[in-house]
Write a protein that binds this ligand. Structure first.
Ligand code: SIN
Length: 542
């Protein structure tokens, strides 16, 4: 078998992709493509932790209740129960793999529980403020050493490969993948194709996400005909560091969980009018900060944790403390300047409770998927948990479906490369397109929206997208072109979903439709691509 043929092809090496791969590798061969180094993921940056109802005063029902409340009426009860119920088991599995969670001082055999907004109990299992890094390191080491797993680093998938079966239905059987080091595009085939590519924070000018968060899997799945849902619900984290030298550094919600308060330059509490104060839901805190900044004209607000003991701060938040100190800010003595920034995509490719998308052969796990857990607003630290549980279920689904699926024909299709060769000097237009999209998305499709702003964004996007598609058709592809093409698809899905939701709910706030309207809109926004554009391989005999 060619090294590019496997039982499962996984795109993405965050917590979802790696935990899927490690379990799937017990049943067959797994290829993983990573656009950068395997550890260069959004998971690696996650500070807060993994929500799991494991505290003495906690119960699964309370975690379910908090998740539903945060989701503002759109979370799916079946998914919420599945994910929450499996929480403690997932934590135990990670502990067995060797993830070094912070342990309770009173009982060093049990994880210490952190607190974040929207949770009625302390239930965030964490490794100080570097939870993602601790998980990523262990999973990546295991995957890289596994005899049944091959990780292709610096490989970027650009489109899915479909086959039509005897019944005429399309099925995902692989992906076209760019080797970023050689520039060659090759076909990777598998019986199960798994998107675990993470989110799309880079669609906005300011984000806590790493550069790779360009919605690649979402865009590929959409182009191939998989349904997308709830893309209007983009979560803006209330507290991204406001500093010219470090624009995407997150200040974890756990800082507020441990007593940090949001204040204006004059020392007035930003959350003074909310009954839950600084631990209100994330959408409410971000909107309150935005309103305060607009009212005062100040470029940021401040997160003040100086009332806590300096040793506690240094020990509980070493990453935040050291990063800020490196920028000349001692958080044990000074408040931290913060602003909201795009953080998490609550929508994504619509999946069932087994991570199957609407396209046979294609699975989506982690941030790229819309499982129904988050509804209109994700509860803090529920996403790493969701990735673990849904990856676990995807392994069973993929293995069961593959047993029944026809062997992919793997016809040696040739990527229609060459075209007009290398993009000419106008390639700089791609950078301009990228900047333009991120800027108008920030200005018109950010925390506060209106029908007029959405129309403006849509008109601009149409022009930019036409330019990008023309480039894509005419010239050799490179990572920049692939990513900006994907960003444009994501922007389009966000704008269209936002325009169709004529109410305000959770993370979607419209000046024209400020009220929640349960009669017309207590439902998911589901988008269907009427013209899937990828069908590159044809099964024999059809
Ligand atoms: C944080 O640490 O505030 C981020 C946690 C999350 O987004 O779930």
């Amino acid at each position: 078998m060619s090294s590019r043929r496997s039982d499962c092809l996984v795109m993405g090496t965050g917590i979802a992709g790696l935990s899927f791969a490690l379990k799937a590798a017990e049943r067959g061969r797994v290829n993983i493509v990573a656009k950068n180094l395997a550890c260069d993921t959004n998971t690696n940056l996650a500070q807060g932790g993994i929500a799991a109802a494991m505290g003495d005063d906690d119960r699964l029902e309370l975690h379910v209740e908090d998740t539903l409340k945060s989701g503002c009426g759109l979370s799916h009860l079946d998914t919420v129960e599945i994910v929450v119920d499996d929480g403690p088991k997932m934590i135990e599995e990670l502990e067995e793999l060797g993830v070094p969670f912070s342990m309770a001082a009173a009982d060093p055999k049990r994880p210490e529980m952190g607190r974040e907004g929207g949770h009625s109990r302390r239930r965030i299992v964490h490794a100080k403020d570097m939870t993602g890094q601790a998980v990523q390191k262990v999973l990546a080491e295991k995957a890289l050493a596994h005899p049944n797993i091959t990780v292709f680093e610096f490989h970027l998938a650009l489109d899915l490969i479909l086959e039509t079966g005897p019944d005429g239905a399309a099925r995902a059987v692989g992906a076209w993948v760019l080797n970023r080091e050689t520039g060659a595009v090759s076909d990777f085939f598998a019986k199960a194709v798994v998107l675990a590519t993470g989110g799309s924070g880079k669609v906005y000018l300011y984000t806590t996400n790493p550069d790779g968060a360009t919605g690649d899997g979402l865009a590929m799945g959409w182009r191939a005909g998989a349904r997308a849902a709830n893309m209007e619900f983009v979560q803006f984290h209330p507290t991204c560091l406001f500093h010219p030298k470090r624009t995407n550094f997150l200040i974890s919600e756990a800082v507020r969980g441990e007593g940090g308060t949001l204040v204006t330059r004059e020392g007035l509490s930003v959350m003074r009018d909310h009954p839950d104060g600084d631990l209100a839901r994330r959408d409410e805190v971000a909107l309150a900060i935005d309103a305060e900044m607009k009212r005062s004209g100040a470029p940021c607000v401040f997160l003040d944790i100086t009332q806590k003991d300096p040793d506690f701060i240094r020990n509980r938040f070493p990453k935040i403390h050291d990063t800020c100190l490196g920028l000349g800010l001692d958080i044990t003595r000074e408040p931290i300047p913060v602003v909201p920034a795009a953080h998490y995509q609550c929508g994504g490719l619509l999946v069932d409770t087994w991570s199957r998308t609407s396209l046979p052969g294609l699975y989506a796990i982690g941030e790229v998927a819309c499982t129904g857990l988050h509804g209109a607003n994700r509860l803090a630290s529920n996403s790493l948990l969701e990735a673990l549980v849904m990856a676990d279920r995807a392994v069973d689904a993929a293995s069961e479906d593959s047993r029944l699926a026809p062997e992919p024909v793997c016809s040696e299709a040739v990527w229609p490369t060459g075209r007009l060769g290398q993009a000419p000097s106008e390639a700089v237009l791609i950078t301009h397109s990228w900047d333009e999209i991120r800027r108008f998305m920030w200005n018109y499709v950010g925390l506060v929206r209106s029908d007029h702003r959405l129309r403006l964004a849509s008109a601009r996007l149409r022009m930019v997208q036409a330019e990008i598609e023309e480039f894509f058709r005419r010239f050799e592809v490179d990572a920049d072109l692939i990513e900006v093409r994907n960003i444009a698809v994501v922007a389009d899905l966000i704008i269209r979903s936002a325009a169709s939701r004529r109410e305000s709910r959770g993370l979607h706030f419209s000046l024209d439709w400020p009220e929640r309207d349960d009669v017309r809109f207590k439902k998911d926004t589901v988008l269907v691509n009427p013209l899937p554009s990828v069908l590159l391989s044809q099964a024999e005999g059809t």
